[in-house]
Design a protein. Structure first.
Length: 77
C-alpha cells in the first residue's frame, strides 16, 4: 500500500496540469521529489519509487514521461 502522501501526490498530479508539467520537466527521481516538496508533499525516494512501481506503463507515461526524445525516462523497476 502506498504511503498516503504518495497516493495523494500521484492522484493530484493526474488532476493538476501545472504539477504534471513540472513532473514532466523533472529528469531524475530526486527532481520529482523536489517538485513534490514544492507542492507541500514530503516523500522519500523509496516511497515515490514504490508509488511509481504500482502504476501501469501507460499511467506513468501519461503522468511523467511524454515520450519526447531524447529525454531520459524514469522507469518503474
Amino acid at each position: 500500500m502506498n504511503h498516503p502522501n504518495v497516493s495523494q501526490f500521484l492522484a493530484d498530479a493526474k488532476q493538476n496540469e501545472a504539477l504534471r508539467n513540472n513532473l514532466r520537466a523533472a529528469m531524475t527521481l530526486q527532481s520529482c521529489i523536489e517538485v513534490a516538496e514544492s507542492y507541500g508533499y514530503h516523500l522519500s525516494s523509496e516511497e515515490l519509487q514504490a508509488g511509481l512501481d504500482q502504476m501501469s506503463e501507460q499511467e506513468l507515461r501519461d503522468l511523467i514521461n511524454p515520450g519526447v526524445a531524447p529525454r531520459r525516462h524514469i522507469q518503474p523497476r
